[in-house]
Ligand binder design. Structure first.
Ligand code: GAR
Length: 224
């Protein structure tokens, strides 16, 4: 059953690159279509434009350096333990991977089980990984798209929350297709976060069910 929150959902965004999905989340919050608060933007890349975007919006943009852990057999886990500390210090409720190009380990996956989402520019489970728009064209797919999913152990894997499909046109290049997919990413990511904020996502195995929202102003009968 959906539960109405009175406070804003505390979200952290992990990003390695330009941060257009981060921007879409910021814009949805500003527009009032997403009841959430970004409490931290974290990157593994010091020069990530996403960090600059965050700071321009008055949000904490934090670089967490992976270098000190390089070469250790547990380098990924050790890095994720540091990330986990940062996330806990900021009382984060939901983690959003938004172009975060580093594999997350069980350290984060377990700590944020069913509380970490990723966006990926393909119709998963087809084409996880990199260069996926090029692969979709080369395979002769007629439809491409994007997926928001909860994060589990595998790369670009986990219960699917929302997808949007985009036709592949004869004249498409990986870049033109990526641009059309990106427009859809910017719509479905904030929407998925809002559904989470409204407590409307129910996970059963690999499936995510979206529960009906309560109409505004519906009476609350206590005890129900
Ligand atoms: C987006 O297209 C996102 O779907 C993709 O990286 C891009 C980041 O763009 N993520 C993945 O491929 C995850 N496997 P952005 O930095 O502008 O949001």
């Amino acid at each position: 059953m959906s539960t109405k929150r009175t406070d804003a959902l505390r979200v952290a965004v992990l990003a390695s690159g330009r941060g257009s999905n981060l921007q879409a989340v910021i814009d949805a919050i500003d527009a009032g279509t997403l009841q959430a608060k970004i409490v931290a933007v974290i990157s593994n890349k010091q020069e990530a434009p996403a960090l600059e975007r965050a700071r321009q919006h008055g949000l904490p943009g934090l670089f967490v350096n992976p270098k000190p852990y390089a070469g250790r057999p547990d380098s990924r886990e050790a890095y994720d333990r540091e990330l986990l500390d940062v996330l806990r210090r900021h009382d984060v409720e939901l983690v959003l991977l938004a172009g975060y190009m580093k594999i997350v380990t069980t350290v984060l996956v377990e700590a944020f089980a069913n509380r970490m989402m990723n966006i990926h520019p393909s119709l998963l489970p087809s084409f996880p990984g990199l260069d996926v728009q090029k692969k979709a064209i080369e395979w002769g797919c007629k439809l491409a798209g994007c997926t928001v999913h909860f994060v589990t152990e595998g790369v670009d894997e986990g219960p699917i929350i929302l997808q949007a499909a985009v036709p592949i046109l004869d004249e498409d290049t990986p870049n033109t297709l990526a641009a059309r997919i990106l427009e859809q990413e910017h719509k479905i990511y904030p929407r998925a976060v809002q559904l989470f904020a409204e407590g409307r996502l129910r996970i059963e195995g690999h499936r995510v069910f979206i529960e009906a929202g309560k109409p505004e102003g519906e009476a609350v009968i206590s005890p129900s």
